[in-house]
Write a protein that binds this ligand. Structure first.
Ligand code: PAF
Length: 290
């Protein structure tokens, strides 16, 4: 960035009323608004979501909220990285206009007692098999954020592919007027998908972590070349196990419905994986080109 370029600090908003007032003001000026929901610990993957928001709208609000309802007991809610000052610096660099950083009490006031249950993609037997309460928490907080921000579009990373499908379904079913947009996964130079949880990886595990992307890309190439799906996916699992992963799943699914697919012609196909290296659970996914 040249020295002459001005970096604008994003406006930090902590309460829903102020968020609504800010968005209302932008709308009154005829401006389009994008929402980028995040849990903070922003990295280049998030920066690309904000950039996508800026391509589609005049103002981008990034929500930063570590949502307790999407973590089960024993998951990493308390140790999840909370880095608001550096998050604001990232947003300033990429041109985010506002950060919505509410407290837990603001989002879940006393006597809060409403839930959002999604079936379909939320019951695909992928993440939901290992995190059975996760998507109820995601659907709830995203429904709230979409309702609060009333943005024209909201940008979600394809890295959390099942989440993207769940949020799309929920927004459609609840007639939420915000367009849900998926944006491509951003990767490190060795292929590892960027994730706020990568900070948990020990140096040894970090060195082995790209094996998950390698297993997926090898499998996608073989399926595209016409090899039998079941055989290829069994090899992919084996490759991950040999690289030291404890595999939760590595599967070929229909890219839209997440239903199981037996043959390449049943696609479009998405390959999805979740596996633990050391104490860190990584997820990733890629399309199979036709
Ligand atoms: O993907 C995430 O960071 C979270 O699941 C989301 C969508 C911000 C909801 O808390």
């Amino acid at each position: 960035m040249s020295q002459s370029q001005t970096i604008h600090a994003p406006e930090v908003i902590h309460d829903v009323a102020a968020l609504r007032a800010r968005v209302r003001g932008w709308r009154a000026e005829g401006l389009r608004v994008a929402l980028v929901p995040t849990m903070g610990a922003l990295h280049e993957g998030h920066a690309s979501l904000v950039a996508e928001g800026a391509r589609r709208a005049d103002r981008v609000v990034t929500s930063i909220f570590v949502n307790p309802t999407q973590f089960a007991a024993g998951e990493d809610f308390s140790k999840y990285p909370r880095t608001l000052p550096t998050d604001l610096a990232v947003l300033a660099r990429v041109g985010g206009h506002a950060a919505f950083a509410p407290s837990v009490e603001e989002m879940y006031p006393p006597h809060f007692c409403t839930g959002v249950t999604v079936a379909g993609p939320a019951k695909a037997d992928l993440e939901d098999r290992f995190r059975p309460t996760h998507f109820a928490g995601v659907a709830l907080i995203v429904a709230k954020l979409l309702n609060q921000a009333a943005a024209d579009c909201a940008i979600f990373g394809e890295k959390d592919y099942q989440q993207l499908k769940v949020v799309t379904q929920m927004a459609r079913d609840l007639d939420i007027g915000t367009e849900i947009v998926g944006a491509p996964t951003v990767r490190e130079s060795d292929g590892l998908a960027m994730s706020s949880r990568n900070v948990y990886l020990s140096p040894e595990d970090r060195a082995r972590a790209p094996a998950i992307y390698k297993a997926l890309t090898q499998a996608a190439t073989r399926i595209a070349a016409g090899e039998a799906l079941a055989h290829v996916m069994a090899d992919a699992r084996e490759n991950l196990v040999s690289a030291g992963f404890a595999v939760d799943y590595i599967e070929a699914r229909h890219a839209e419905t997440l239903a199981r697919v037996a043959r390449r012609i049943d696609g479009p196909i998405r390959l999805l994986a979740a596996a633990k290296i050391g104490a860190t659970r990584l997820i990733d996914n890629i399309p199979v080109s036709l």
